[in-house]
Design a protein around this ligand. Sequence first.
Ligand SMILES: *[C@@H]1O[C@H](CO)[C@@H](O)[C@H](O)[C@H]1NC(C)=O
Ligand SMILES: *[C@@H]1O[C@H](CO)[C@@H](O)[C@H](O)[C@H]1NC(C)=O
Ligand SMILES: *[C@@H]1O[C@H](CO)[C@@H](O)[C@H](O)[C@H]1NC(C)=O
Length: 457
Amino acid sequence: MVSSLAWSFVFLGLASSVHAACPGAPAPAYPYRVAAGWSATPVLGNLSRPRGIVVDTKGNLLVLERGKGITGHKVDENGCIKSSKIVVEDPNLNHGIDVHPSGKSIVASTPDLAYQWDYDADDLEATDRRTLITSMLGPGHNTRTLHISRKSPDYLVVSVGSGSNIDEGAFQAVAGRAQIRSFDTRNLGAEGSTFTDGNAGKVLGFGMRNSVGIAEDREGTIHSIDNSVDDAYRVNVVTGQVLDIHNDNPAEKVYALGQANNANESFFGGAPYCYTVYDPAPITDLSLQPGDYFALQPNSSFNDAWCSANAARPSLILPPHTAPLDMKFGVKGDNNLYIGLHGSWNRETTIGYKVIVVAGEYSGGKWVPSGGITTGSSDLLTNQNEASCGTGCFRPVGLAFDEDGEKLYVSSDTSGEVFLLKRGSGAFGGFKNHPPSSVMTVVIALPALMWALSQAL
Ligand SMILES: *[C@@H]1O[C@H](CO)[C@@H](O)[C@H](O)[C@H]1NC(C)=O
Ligand SMILES: *[C@@H]1O[C@H](CO)[C@@H](O)[C@H](O)[C@H]1NC(C)=O
Ligand SMILES: *[C@@H]1O[C@H](CO)[C@@H](O)[C@H](O)[C@H]1NC(C)=O
């Protein structure tokens, strides 16, 4: 502990002597690395489990802190924090947040409700809270991601995850679980509308096991990124033998859902019956490719052929259990997709715990990965060693670009931090690769750690 803290101070000292690095920035909780061509530093620390983040129309950073509310942060031209204040005090807010493109209202979510406030970006003040969506409370996954369409700002996209690992209700759009809906906010009731009120909200996708990340590309197409099933198995159709295939299957996946104001109500993401192959090798009774569908336990109604015919094909697959919680498309001429991976708990060797970049292009009115469904990624911000993250790491949750797309903020709930990433090496005077430490700076008791890992999403 001593040596790692000492390193932090050495580096902070260096940084401030070389360049006007972020004044008052906290030392990182864990050592980290950033890709060549970028620099990174924590700008906020000791927050209350920061989840969703967004940059408002005046360049302020808003952070949803679980168990606390929403905090607002004025930033200087370098992206460093100048001042902070509480914008909304509400310990029930737990994940979703967005700012209307007018800059005049914000939305945020509890496990049950989506709220809207009038918002003043100059004073970082939110007033006159209204309830937009109700009745989202359920068992299982409890984040409700909110995205206000930039192309059609009257539409609010809301994601609700499944009620359990394999949730039979996910196949019924009316159940209101494991799905993404797009609400025309002009049609909401005075006291809000229920999540399943079909007059206000249309289904953008159902059978979406837990699509925590929602992002809109420059053409207005809404994309989701799904956290797929844990403990996956395959019942061999010939022998009846049950194979444990969970370590490398199924894939996490990105879907292009369509425009917020034109919901395709029959877009089916496969859950709870159909999952997407990441590594075909363990599924020995079929000859499959990465990206193909398979059923865990095929029967006469729900089997591999049925899945291939009925479930929508993802645009991109990612390694299993990496737990993508947010993604953002690059701004202006940047065609990359940036994805925050919270990291695995249901895998032998830990994986994820980083921000990755996927190269893409615009084609047919929407973003597509440049190498098709199996396009790989490169690392942008990583822990020192993701394979040892079982003993503690930062875990990326929310991503937010500034208006120019030059600065990217990344929240990490386990470490209570927000990082600032900037294009250009050495922008923090050498604060580029934080040196390794053999001892963690934050010591978490084992039970607390196991709990934190099990609450992965
Ligand atoms: C972190 O926050 C807690 C609660 O707000 C406070 O009591 C504590 O002093 C803070 N620690 C540091 C190092 O700022
Ligand atoms: C709706 O989504 C399904 C599943 O991907 C697709 O087959 C169908 O063509 C889509 N319909 C429209 C109108 O886009
Ligand atoms: C097929 O499996 C599904 C999911 O386990 C189950 O709900 C359904 O009843 C089964 N159908 C048949 C015909 O066995």
